[in-house]
Each structure stands twice: as C-alpha cells, then as structure tokens.
Ligand binder design. Structure first.
Ligand SMILES: CC(C)NC(=O)[C@H]1CCC[C@H]1Nc1nc(Nc2ccc(C(=O)N(C)C3CCN(C)CC3)cc2)ncc1C(F)(F)F
Length: 282
C-alpha cells in the first residue's frame, strides 16, 4: 500500500499526507480521513495529544496498542500501517474502513438488529480474528460493536487493541465504557485467560440478533448480578441453532466455553454464512 514508492527506511511524517474530513473522535484522539501523497492511498489518521495521554496515564496503553497492532496481521484485524510523532502529538496511520463503525450500522438497521445471515457472516469474521489473536497469545478483552469497523464487501475488522493484553493476565485496569460485555471472572476481578473473548463473542452474537446485550439492566449492580448468574433470556424470533451457539459461549466456567474453532464450524454459522454469500455477496 503506502510503501510502494518510498524507500523502506523512509521516515514517515505528517507532510506525507493530505488531511481530509474528520471521521470522528476515538477514546483519546481525533481521527481524520487522509491520503498518502505519492500513492494517493486513503488512510485513517488518528492523532493524539501527548499531553492528554500523560494526563490520563494512557501512554502505556497507546504503546501497547502500537506494539500489538503493528505485529498482528490478519484480514479481519485493522492494520496499523505506520506511526510517528512530533513534539506535541502522536500520529497513527491506520486502514480506512469505507463503511464506518459497525455499531452505527447495527443501530441504523430496522429494529436495530441484523438478520441471521448478516449476524453470522460478521460473527464468523470476528471469531476468525480472535482465533488468530489467541494464536499470538493476545487477548482482546474488549469485543463489542463499537470496536468493529466495516469495510467494503461486508468485511469486518477488529480494532482498538488499547485494552488487549498478553495471556494470561490479572485484571489491572479499571473498566472503561460498557460493562455489558464483562464475563463473570472479570466482574469478580479474578485472573482470567483468553476465554474471556469467547464469552464476549456470545454477548456480541446476542446483540447482533437482538439489538441489545443479554444482561443489560438500568442499574450496574443488576447487570453484574445477571452476569454472575448467567441470567438472560432469548427473544422469541431467535432460531434454535442461534440459541444453541449463544448458550455454549455464555458459560460461567471459562474453559467450558465453546472453542473458537467450534464456533466457526457451528451449524448456525455455516448455514447462515452460506445463505449470506448466496444472497448478499453476489
Ligand atoms: C474502532 C475504533 C474504536 N473506532 C474508531 O477509531 C472510530 C473513531 C472515529 C472514526 C472511527 N475510526 C475509523 N473510522 C474509519 N472509517 C469511517 C469512520 C466513520 C465514518 C462515518 O460514518 N462518517 C464519517 C459519517 C459520515 C456521515 N456523517 C453525517 C457523520 C460521519 C466513515 C468511515 N476508518 C478507520 C478508523 C480507525 F479506526 F482506523 F481510526
């Protein structure tokens, strides 16, 4: 992509890019559409103020995000093409997702949910990305629609590795954002392993199909109580096979959760991905 007309040791800098429209704001930075001048390749430029990172003690998190995302290569993981900094800011050059943020696409659906073929087609890609992460001993820990980006041809990519860690790990950081995706072992802040991602995949599948996560409650304490008790119900319109898959992922004992390879081979995934490919990808 952007390397094709530059020497391999080229020192990237801001003036190599034309900055375009703002795409939105991330957790601690602004994101712009940008174009690399020589190749005219479109990228996402994420810029963060060093001062803000230091103030929020986030510099280690950004360092980890850069470390992990520059070393992971998978078709369903957002690629960090390069990064650089000047005296005030850090700049990340990331792939540009033409179709934007998946949570916005989900919320714009009628009834704010995906049909089963779409849900299965997206979930399978996330499961594949997670299987690769785990093979590199990386736990993502923050799987949710907000951390997924949609590219053309319905390609979904996992992003935002700011919360990922190398397995196994002790829950050190305070949680930020939604608590709906937390597995029981993290609610009780015990040690956990990569199986936390299998739990989150079950929550994600439920939210894709229902438009809201399974343990959602008006009170945080109530949500934690339901998570600990694995207390949730299926909606009437959910197929038997989708209920089966979710029930095999939302399991209290981490090692008893369905392994990612079995998720990808699951009947609901295979059947609905075939329907999706035949009806929506031709
Ligand atoms: C995973 C992570 C947690 N999320 C993020 O970083 C967020 C924070 C801000 C943007 C996004 N980051 C990215 N976004 C894109 N593409 C994109 C985003 C938004 C739109 C969109 O809907 N509009 C412009 C609309 C167009 C219509 N108008 C009305 C509103 C804005 C269209 C394309 N590519 C790469 C990135 C990345 F990740 F590389 F930076």
């Amino acid at each position: 992509e952007i390397y094709s007309v530059r020497p391999s040791n080229h020192q990237w800098k801001l003036s190599d890019f034309e900055i375009g429209t703002p795409l939105g704001r991330g957790k601690f930075g602004r994101v712009y559409l940008a174009r690399e001048k020589n190749t005219e390749y479109m990228v996402a430029l994420k810029m963060m103020f060093k001062s803000e990172l230091v103030k929020d003690h986030m510099e280690h998190q950004v360092r980890r995000e850069i470390e992990i995302q520059t070393h992971l290569t998978h078709p369903n993981i957002l690629k960090m093409l390069t990064y650089f900094w000047d005296e005030k800011k850090i700049y990340l050059i990331l792939e540009f997702a033409q179709e934007g943020e998946l949570f916005k696409v989900l919320n714009s659906q009628p009834h704010k949910r995906f049909d089963e073929p779409t849900a299965a087609y997206y979930l399978r890609q996330v499961a594949d990305a997670l299987r690769y992460c785990h093979s590199q001993s990386v736990i993502h820990r923050d799987i949710k629609p907000e951390n997924l980006l949609l590219f053309s041809h319905h390609v979904v990519k996992l992003a935002d590795f700011g919360w990922s860690v190398h397995a196994p790990s002790k829950c050190r950081n305070t949680m930020c954002g939604t608590i709906d995706y937390l597995p029981p072992e993290m609610v009780d802040s015990q040690t956990y392993n990569e199986y936390v991602d299998n739990w989150c995949l079950g929550v994600l599948c439920y939210e894709f199909l229902c438009g809201s996560p399974p343990f959602e409650s008006s009170e945080q304490a109530e949500t934690f109580r339901k998570i600990r008790a694995v207390m949730y119900g299926f909606k009437s319109y959910m197929s038997e096979s989708s209920r089966h898959l979710i029930s095999k992922l939302l399991v209290k004992v981490p090692k008893s959760r369905l392994p990612l390879t079995d998720v990808i081979e699951h009947l609901w995934i295979k059947k609905n991905c075939e329907i999706f490919t035949k009806t929506k990808l031709k």
